[in-house]
Design a protein around this ligand. Sequence first.
Ligand SMILES: [Zn+2]
Length: 343
Amino acid sequence: MSAFHERILFPFSAIVGQDKMKTALILNAINPSIGGVLIRGERGTAKSTAVRSLATLLPDQDVVKGCQFGCDPNEPDSMCLECRKKYQAKEIEKVTRKMRVVELPVSSTEDKVVGTLDISEAIKSGDKKFDPGVLAEANRNILYVDEVNLLNDHIVDVLLDAAAMGLNTVEREGISFSHPSNFILIGTMNPEEGDLRPQLLDRFGLCVSIEGIDDPEVRLEIIKRKMDFDRDPVSFKKKFEPSDDEIRNRIIEAKKILPEVMIGDDILRKIVNICIDSGVDGHRGDIAMMKVSSTLAAYRGRKEVTTEDLKDTADMVLLHRMKKTPFSDMKLDKGKIDEIITK
Ligand SMILES: [Zn+2]
């Protein structure tokens, strides 16, 4: 393949099985306020393939023309300084772009992540010349870190700061520059290679654990598809285009109906009971479950949350929010949760 051609991504709908992981990714594409997903699983379980494929399903978004941070033309509060000036002068021009998956390599330096400020230029002319980093590109997009558990502690702090403020601030010799940095964090990791710092774990809205597949028929299908894709990515993509299109349209529809989704008192009561029973700290679990089950209802084309939506989202919301005991291995008592839901 020539470097001038766009890289062809493995179609999302061609990934065999792993429905939980796929649902978690789709829910984030519909509702970014879910706050990302951490995918845990051994090597070779299609984690990275799935995250990268998600890019083909992401909806379009309006951005300010020419802005290197991709500011939202309709949200002056979250704009960079330059866009805000344009907004006040009524000089904003809109363009449409696709929401993207921006990858942060685990070996990235701080400069590469936050960007660099040209001090000599600032002293000479008073102009702040800023060379944007990954956090600039990630604004309003998905920030993907493969092997997120191996990320250097200092870079983790930088990410956590930016995520908490929705802002990236670079300071050098008393001169500082800030720009908006609101991103959906998606991480993949192999738990055998070490765990994640609790503060970082808390940052993920959802967490899914995926396991290797033992069924020989399913494994056969996986390697066949991989072979077909490698042999002829263009025709392979074409074959799965209708099913990818279908998911994309469902995402667009779900975004539209999400604000109208209702959640009844009986369902809310079940959510509270599940969270109490699973030993989740504070109210963040309750709120997250409310949000995630509503988003799933919207994806299923419903305007009302049902017990089925709770069943299908409880573990991805609660697993990483439970109080840890020294011997706990991020496992949820499925039977107990089903019992509360069907009560
Ligand atoms: Zn801007």
